[in-house]
Design a protein around this ligand. Structure first.
Ligand SMILES: NC(=O)c1ccc[n+]([C@@H]2O[C@H](COP(=O)([O-])OP(=O)(O)OC[C@H]3O[C@@H](n4cnc5c(N)ncnc54)[C@H](OP(=O)(O)O)[C@@H]3O)[C@@H](O)[C@H]2O)c1
Length: 210
């Protein structure tokens, strides 16, 4: 069975996830950080795009400050052009997997398709064979939109922080090309909400229609 895919992202009240130059903004507070680290500890893998690695250099670990005896899920990066820096912080601890395309030949990297970007359906099949049952997609906007567009997302969680970032070039939770007409719009069904810190967590199921 395809791994369950959960998207988790934090955005400002005006729907932005970082500054226009893509540098990181602390949108969540302690309560939401704790929730995210518990969620990371519950899944088999955490996935980000190379854009997020280059912008934020995340560790993608589970902090023992939030979770006792954390299990450290597999970290996955989508990188079709081989741009992941060798000293990226995600390499420091735990297991990782870089998913790329046929053009890139790097020891240990996994080739998913011969297109311009990592073929997500192929990646899901590889992960399924590895026994991965759940994947947490943490960003950024390009990667989240690809997963949504490929109809691979089961649940979409967004924390809305009490701030306005603004800027027409600031990244949003779902960038990429976006819907080209009304039929491309992806429907969500709200199933849970919760006040955390001074923001709101919204949890949706994704409803793909034929
Ligand atoms: N607030 C939050 O919760 C949060 C979380 C994470 C990130 N962010 C922010 O998001 C921004 C980064 O997002 P981003 O959209 O620029 O980058 P991204 O989504 O992290 O990565 C996009 C890149 O991944 C690669 N990729 C490979 N296969 C792909 C596929 N099938 N679909 C899509 N991308 C694929 C592509 O680069 P190649 O062609 O080179 O492979 C693509 O340009 C940063 O500003 C970061 O701070 C915010």
């Amino acid at each position: 069975m395809k791994p369950k895919v959960i998207v988790n992202v934090a955005m400002s009240a005006d729907g932005k996830i970082a500054l226009p130059d893509r540098s990181e903004v602390k949108i969540s507070g302690e309560e939401d950080f704790k929730r995210v680290h518990e969620l990371r500890n519950d899944v088999d893998a955490i996935l980000v795009g190379i854009g997020t690695v280059l912008a934020d250099d995340p560790k993608l670990t589970v902090k023992d400050r939030f979770v006792e005896d954390p299990k450290h899920p597999l970290k996955i990066v989508l990188d079709s052009k081989g741009r992941t820096p060798k000293d990226a912080k995600l390499f420091r601890e735990g297991d990782f997997l870089i998913a790329t395309t046929k053009k890139i030949d790097q020891d240990g990297w996994i080739k998913c398709g011969d297109g311009k970007k990592v073929d997500l359906s192929k990646l899901m099949k590889i992960l399924e064979k590895k026994g991965i049952e759940s994947v947490l997609v943490e960003g950024g906007g390009e990667v989240i939109y690809s997963f949504l567009k490929e109809r691979l997302v089961d649940e979409y969680y967004v924390f809305v922080g009490s701030m306005v970032i603004g800027g027409r070039n600031s990244p949003t939770p779902a960038d990429g090309v976006g819907a080209q007409d009304i039929d491309d719009i992806i429907s969500l069904k709200l199933f849970d909400h919760q006040t955390l810190d001074d923001g709101m967590l919204l949890k949706y199921r994704v409803e793909y229609h034929d």
